[in-house]
Write a protein that binds this ligand. Structure first.
Ligand SMILES: [Fe+2]
Length: 271
């Protein structure tokens, strides 16, 4: 597989004036409490708050106008197309893309893409990108002092099978610093992109890991203000998916529409 540059990391998004972690954490707590009060009072609120001041750069990047309705068929005429043959099986194994093996905890990520009625979403392109085990992206603007791994690019693709399932072999990414505030660190995460049945349905999300101590500190994770919605972004450790002497296993199911949908980033917010 050819080298592909990973998406711009969150370090690109530094605000001019930085505040402390404790101030950011308090802002997050206050906003969550206020949102819970508003919901208790009967207000209907979205699962994620696009205007979320602790995530400093989101103030300038979140949509301020209603989304435009587009005709999916018109979009399809102008969008790229891919076929199942365009995605090679080797692309779902991020540990065999170079001469040697990458450093880090080898892991399997398996999941099922369904709609909100539980029906499998088959033959869909699932793309994944991530930092290496040291928390470093292959990206020219990610220059924080953690090593690149010459045996790890951090990008892969798979197509869901008839049961809507995908499977990747990769290594567990490390947490990394970004410049939202002083001493800001992102919890370890893997970025996912799912194409629905048409290109105009492309959706992007992140998978996290159970018990990460950075959860309460991270403004991006906490733009999703209800705990149960945040929980849906945490991969589930699965010992049956763990292979003896080989790799650990995590499950990450994705629901692509309806009230049970996995929280997705709007296109403008994708780090
Ligand atoms: Fe990231």
């Amino acid at each position: 597989m050819s080298e592909r540059t990973a998406a711009a990391p969150e370090t690109l998004l530094a605000p001019a004036v930085q505040v402390s972690q404790s101030e950011i954490t308090q802002e997050i707590r206050d906003l969550h409490a206020d949102l819970a009060r508003r919901e208790d009072a009967g207000e209907s609120l979205p699962a994620t708050m696009h205007d979320f001041p602790p995530y400093r750069s989101s103030i300038l990047r979140h949509p301020t106008k209603n989304p435009k309705l587009v005709d999916p068929e018109t979009i399809e005429l102008l969008s790229p197309a891919f076929g199942q043959r365009d995605v090679a099986a080797i692309e779902s194994d991020l540990t065999i893309q170079h001469v040697g093996e990458p450093l880090g905890e080898r892991m399997t990520v398996r999941g099922r893409v369904t709609d909100s009625w539980g029906r499998p979403v088959a033959n869909q392109l699932v793309e994944l990108w991530q930092a290496n085990s040291s928390g470093r992206y292959i990206h020219q603007r990610d220059q924080h002092p953690a090593p690149l791994d010459p045996n790890f690019t951090g990008a892969g693709r798979a197509v869901t099978d008839d049961a809507g399932e995908y499977l990747f072999t990769t290594i567990k990414p490390g947490p990394y610093p970004w410049k939202n505030h002083i001493n800001a660190w992102r919890p370890a995460h893997i970025h996912f992109s799912i194409f629905g049945s048409s290109f105009s349905q492309r959706l992007v999300t992140q998978m996290y890991f159970p018990g990460d101590p950075l959860f309460a500190l991270d403004p991006i994770y906490n733009t999703i203000w209800r705990q149960q919605d945040r929980d849906s972004l945490v991969g589930v450790y699965d010992h049956d998916l763990t292979s003896p002497e080989w790799s650990t296993g995590y499950c990450f199911d994705i629901v692509v529409d309806g009230p049970d949908a996995t929280w997705f980033e709007p296109e403008e917010d994708r780090p």
